[in-house]
Design a protein around this ligand. Structure first.
Ligand code: GDP
Ligand code: PGA
Ligand code: MN
Ligand code: MN
Length: 582
């Protein structure tokens, strides 16, 4: 390694954190096995049944460290205005005092791992290098799954000083001394006091979304909280789609969906399940790469019925975090197939029976697994140029209000659909679950800059570009009065994707409504579905009063951006209001 700026930074960090030893990670299989062995010895990992689950391990986190902590996440831009109203801001000076000091001697008695990693395919001009320094073997091992780690990253970097610096220490895991601080101007991340994926695997949310979104603003591209999938029709044509849903709202499921037997010939190819980096190609289309190499997916709810490909993927080489364990040492979580076992070890390591009050697996328990193990992984996942995107799909969890699917009238209206998104909160972040909050483009927790500027950037990206993706909005989570989901979801979502595909290729007419373009009569295939008689009309009903209420909430939210809020979005907002007026 002959990169001066990298070695200088590593030395500086070692002087501050005082580790017992420094290990440069090369990303090899051998090194990974060594990390696992060490973690089995010190109790960080527990071995699962190595016959049925070869190479699979269980990690139990500190019980207070199970999800992203948005209230402890900061954007430390020079100016508060650049963080905007949706981020917590801390001045770089204050951060150095308050957060920087927590790294003093924080690695005493520990090993410091230097983890160079590449986000994006090897050899791609879209790819970026990050280096994470961490005192957690669990983080180093997980980074090997989630990124292209070690040699390939250093080769991409060469002697350049252009890499994202990420410093991570478990600290003492006390939430009082937990901070995730981002310095977008310096491409620097400090994370202390948490080992949880979204807080500690710095390539993921911190770099590939928060820091990368600011790079995209400056350089004219987009870093988005989106899955990337290829939809193959029965004649073999593949259409690529990106979808943005908030955390724990269905991205991983949709990205690797298995179409039901009623839809012969259709296939879904997985390019990515969480993050997309998008650039305009020479052909004027928008091209996407998945910066990651693995999936860090929600375990509960994953079953043979809902997500068979995820289940097949996690049979080997998987690190599970905070799931329960059966007597046979198999991983288990709520929503898995088959009978609930009579006894389990719960995510905290305690005996559990079906009579226990709490869930056996933590609601945000996760699997961490190489993407290439997924049966539906796309052959273009490693393509340096990525895949050309024909549709953007926004969506969230809305028990009420949002219809099953509709399309925007044009690009500005599409950006408005993204900007006005809202969704019920989930266990992926600490705090109350099930509260509706505005979550533009599913990026509220991940946009590293002022979202008013972000909306403007979106508008500019697509302005006048006729070959840009068409924009849709979906909602798999609408409920009836009794609180039951109206739509079967999962594999049956293919029916909705088919309408989207038909619209993209000019084969469906749709019909105009106040909200946008709905499927016209007969365009959405519901044959053979066991739906309640009124389900489809409920799924597409427009509750005028509820929308007027939502518009008031939108108005307050958009208003919080002051004069950063683009007039074009206001115009769309007002247009909807007038469309809804009798
Ligand atoms: P992600 O965090 O956005 O990747 O979301 P996941 O795909 O991991 O799904 C999160 C949770 O939502 C899981 O418990 C899924 O079982 C559930 N889920 C995903 N898709 C659907 C759907 O179409 N309908 C319903 N009802 N639940 C879904
Ligand atoms: P998710 O990823 O979107 O798959 O839940 C983790 C997160 O967003 O925290
Ligand atoms: Mn996510
Ligand atoms: Mn996911």
């Amino acid at each position: 390694m002959n990169n001066q700026s990298l070695s200088a930074w590593v030395e500086e960090v070692a002087r501050q954190t005082e580790p017992d030893r420094v290990v440069w990670c090369d990303g090899s299989e051998e090194e990974y096995r060594g990390l696992v062995q060490a973690m089995l010895r010190d109790g960080t990992l527990h071995e699962l049944d190595q016959v049925a689950y070869s190479g699979c391990y269980l990690h139990r986190s500190h019980p207070s460290d199970v999800a992203r902590t948005e209230h402890l996440t900061f954007i430390c831009s020079d100016r508060a205005e650049d963080a905007g109203p949706t981020n917590n801001w801390m001045s770089p000076t204050e951060a150095r005092e308050k957060v920087g000091r927590l790294f003093d001697r924080s690695m005493r008695g520990r090993t410091m791992y230097v983890v160079p990693y590449l986000m994006g395919p090897a050899g791609s001009s879209a790819s970026k290098v990050g280096v994470e320094i961490t005192d957690s073997a669990y983080v180093a091992a997980s980074m090997r799954i989630m990124t292209r780690m070690g040699k390939v990253a250093l080769e991409h970097l060469g002697t350049s000083s252009d890499f994202c610096r990420g410093l991570h220490s478990l600290g003492d895991l006390d939430p009082e001394r937990r901070f995730i601080a981002h310095f977008p101007e310096e491409r620097l991340i400090w994370s202390v006091g948490s080992g949880y994926g979204g807080n500690a695997l710095l390539g993921k949310k911190c770099f590939a979304l928060r820091i990368a979104s600011t790079m995209g603003r400056d350089e004219g591209w987009l870093a988005e909280h989106m899955l990337i999938m290829g939809l193959e029709d029965p004649s073999g044509n593949v259409t690529y789609i990106c979808a943005a849903f908030p955390s724990a709202c269905g991205k991983t499921n949709l990205a690797m969906m298995v179409p039901p037997a009623s839809q012969p010939g259709w296939k879904v190819w997985t390019v990515g399940d969480d993050i997309a980096w998008l650039r305009v190609g020479a052909d004027g289309r928008l091209w996407a790469v998945n910066p990651e190499a693995g999936f860090f997916g929600v375990a509960p709810g994953t079953s043979r019925k809902t997500n068979p490909h995820a289940l097949a993927t996690v049979q080997r080489n998987t690190i599970f975090t905070n799931v329960a364990m059966t007597r046979e040492r198999h991983p288990w979580w709520e929503g898995m197939d088959g009978q609930v076992p009579a006894e389990l070890t719960d995510w905290k390591g305690r005996p559990w029976t079906p009579a226990s009050k709490e869930p056996a697996a933590h609601p945000n328990s996760r699997f961490c697994v190489p993407a290439k193990q997924c049966p539906s992984v796309s052959s273009l996942m490693e393509a340096p140029e990525g895949v050309p995107i024909s549709a953007f799909v926004f969506g969230g969890r809305r028990a009420k209000l949002a219809p099953l699917v509709y399309e925007s009238r044009d690009w500005a209206h599409g950006v408005y659909l993204g900007a006005s998104m809202a969704s019920e909160t989930t266990a992926a972040a600490t705090g109350k679950v099930g509260v509706v909050r505005r979550d533009p483009m599913a990026m509220r927790p991940f946009c590293g800059y002022n979202m008013g500027d972000y909306f403007r950037h979106w508008l500019e990206m697509g302005r006048g570009r006729s070959s840009f993706p068409k924009v849709f909005h979906v909602n798999w989570f609408r409920q009836n009065e009794a609180g039951k989901f109206l739509w079967p979801g999962f594999g049956e979502n293919l029916r909705v994707l088919r309408w989207i595909n038909d619209r993209v290729h000019g084969r469906a007419k749709g019909h105009e409504t106040a909200l946008g373009i709905f499927p016209a009569e007969g365009e959405l295939d519901t044959s053979g579905l066991d739906l309640h008689a009124s389900a489809m009309s409920e799924l597409f009903s427009i509750d005028r009063d509820a929308w007027i209420e939502d518009l008031a909430d939108q108005e307050a939210f958009f208003g919080s951006f002051g004069d950063k809020m683009p007039e074009e979005i206001w115009r769309e907002h007002r247009a909807l209001r007038s469309h809804l007026s009798p």
